[in-house]
Design a protein around this ligand. Structure first.
Ligand code: SDX
Length: 431
């Protein structure tokens, strides 16, 4: 824990309270209010946690003003350009980049955990074929609690590590099988001769009837998408995982909770919503109509893929994703993709509009990812499951960090109560 070198003074009804201030290695100072209720009998009020630090962490740092994202200190553009997803997973879990031997051992461990317990196949068969793959993933990941009993004891660091490896390794299999189930095709088993991203693509698009060669352009783009979505401080789904974990719930239940939260269109569901929005806009000449709707307070429509709680500058992930979209579409010979053209025109038009400039609404990670995924052949319903696959390492790293913190306790926010004060029950004949 950081040391307090200064304090904030709070005066309430003439009483003065000293609140310790801690200084981070990067980012804003924090005021420690843990003892405030006990000392002053008041709560703080911060719906949406716009000014609240829920924990201390050493994994990821965002500077929203600069548009900077660091994982264990390494900038996201360097990791996306020079590293690869499983190496970033190692970095997240263990805090340092691996040696060649450590990386080889880690990748072998993950590769050998990619298969699911065969009886879990039955869980998929319980869903309707037209179930959203996120519904299937929430159910199947939660059901892992019923199969992997030897990695649910959260007090055992070894079991915590095995659960982490299992979740990182099995999420691509679960997501791919959720997709295969939705299109009525047989499950394709993971292969140990393929890298992580290629294995996922193979499980999604291979069929037993013929050989399927994974396009290396797709593998590189998919690995980069995984890396760009790996972790992002205390976002809504990560905070959900931490809160679930604070009660002592097992890792599979906690990750299932994170998947459920990520599904929302304001969060991880935005990539699906963004591509559907771009398709609805259709052609660049309809952009002004949609920008006007996004600005209209009486219209609930928002530009999906725009804006962010923390970034008040470009989301650095969007910048890398845009480059990737250009590369993939050019290599596929579809650089004249009308959706990409509309997306680029929409970005220019929105950023030129005072409303978006004043509110500092820039494209976020979800603005371009869907274009790449659609070009690779994924239906929009698979966009958020792919986000969930990538974010699993962030969720489980933050989960492990919380459990290894001796100070951690059950999360239990208070409230500003505006309801009825005490009143007597009225019998029905007197109502
Ligand atoms: C992710 O937290 C994370 O780190 C998330 C994430 C991660 O990696 O985990 O980065 C992933 O979730 C990215 C965000 C994906 N969501 C979307 O693209 C959906 C569209 N964006 C908005 O819903 C919104 O921008 C949020 C939810 C992302 C952020 O909302 P905030 O921080 O609560 O901001 P707000 O809703 O208070 O908006 C501030 C103002 C409002 O106008 P006023 O009330 O001040 O007049 O900006 C407006 C909003 O109406 N606004 C938008 C807008 N986003 C905000 N107006 C039009 N279009 C938008 N997209």
């Amino acid at each position: 824990m950081a040391e307090s070198t200064k304090s904030a003074k709070l005066t309430i009804d003439g009483n003065e309270y000293d609140l310790p201030i801690y200084s981070p290695t990067a980012g804003p100072d924090v005021i420690d209010i843990q003892k405030l209720y006990g000392q002053a009998g008041v709560f703080t009020y911060d719906p949406g946690f716009t000014s609240t630090a829920s924990c201390d962490s050493t994994i990821t740092f965002i500077d929203g003003g600069k548009g900077e994202l660091l994982h264990r200190g390494y900038p996201i553009d360097q990791l996306a350009g020079q590293s690869h997803y499983l190496e970033v997973c190692y970095l997240m879990l263990y805090g340092e980049l691996p040696s060649a031997k450590q990386l080889e051992t880690f990748e072998s461990t993950i590769t050998n955990h990619t298969m699911l317990h065969e009886q879990m196949v039955n869980f998929f068969r319980g869903f309707r074929r037209d179930a959203h793959p996120m519904a299937t993933m929430v159910g199947v990941v939660g059901a892992m609690s019923a199969f992997y009993h030897d990695s649910t004891d959260i007090s055992d660091p070894k079991q915590r590590e095995i659960a982490s490896h299992r979740l990182i390794a099995k999420m691509p299999t679960i997501a791919a099988w959720a997709y295969k189930y939705s299109i009525g095709q047989p499950f394709v088993y993971p292969r140990n001769d393929l890298d992580y991203a290629s294995n996922f693509i193979h499980m999604c698009f291979a069929v037993p009837a013929e050989n399927y060669e994974v396009n290396p352009i797709f593998s590189r783009a998919m690995d980069r998408i995984f890396t760009l979505h790996a972790d992002h401080e205390q976002n809504a789904s990560t905070s959900t995982v931490r809160l679930a974990s604070s009660s002592g719930a097992n890792p599979f239940a906690c990750i299932a909770a994170g998947i459920a939260c990520l599904w929302g269109p304001a969060h991880g569901g935005a990539n699906q919503a963004c591509l559907e929005m771009l398709k609805e806009i259709g052609t660049p000449d309809r952009i002004p109509e949609y920008i006007a709707r996004a600005k209209d307070k009486n219209d609930p429509f928002r530009l999906m893929g725009f804006g962010h709680r923390v970034y008040k500058n470009f989301d650095p992930r969007a910048t890398v994703m845009k480059q990737s979209a250009d590369e993939v579409l050019e290599l596929l010979g579809v650089e004249d993709n009308p959706i990409l053209a509309t997306a680029k025109e929409l970005e220019v038009a929105a950023l030129a509009d005072p409303y978006f400039a004043e509110k500092k609404l820039f494209p976020n990670v979800d603005f371009y990812s869907g274009i790449i995924l659609e070009a690779m052949g994924f239906p929009t319903s698979m966009f958020t499951p792919i986000f969930a696959v990538a974010r699993t390492v962030g969720w489980i790293s933050q989960w492990a960090e919380q459990l290894s913190d001796p100070k951690h306790k059950i999360g239990r926010p208070r409230q500003l109560y505006l309801g009825e004060t005490e009143r007597d029950y009225v019998d029905i004949e007197n109502r």
